[in-house]
Design a protein. Structure first.
Length: 102
């Protein structure tokens, strides 16, 4: 079975950017990986994107298979999203996609 990549693309407003970036690097990505649903996570900065309204990142988490991803969505995703919104409010927007490694 081929791994899946859970990709969260996030545009972060300038006023919260530095603190948000630190939180992602020091807390959030590891918290998502520690659910046991993903083998690793990483944060990427999108280049050549319009940064006027905010800076754009992609957080990517690798799941070994669909069952692990489905477990994350079922058991953890809502709580993780709520933590982000409780902490940062409308200072960011995010959209999520899932991809299969070929």
């Amino acid at each position: 079975m081929k791994p899946l990549i859970y990709n969260v693309t996030i545009k972060v407003s300038h006023p919260i950017h530095s603190n948000w970036l630190r939180w992602m690097q020091e807390e959030h990505i590891q918290e998502v990986v520690s659910t046991g649903c993903f083998t690793n996570g990483r944060l990427l900065h999108l280049l050549e994107s319009d940064d006027e309204e905010g800076i754009t990142y992609a957080a990517q988490y690798e799941a070994p298979d669909r069952a692990h991803y489905d477990r994350y969505i079922r058991e953890f995703a809502e709580g993780m999203r709520k933590k982000g919104y409780d902490k940062w409010g409308d200072g960011f927007i995010a959209f999520r996609t899932i991809m299969q490694v070929i």
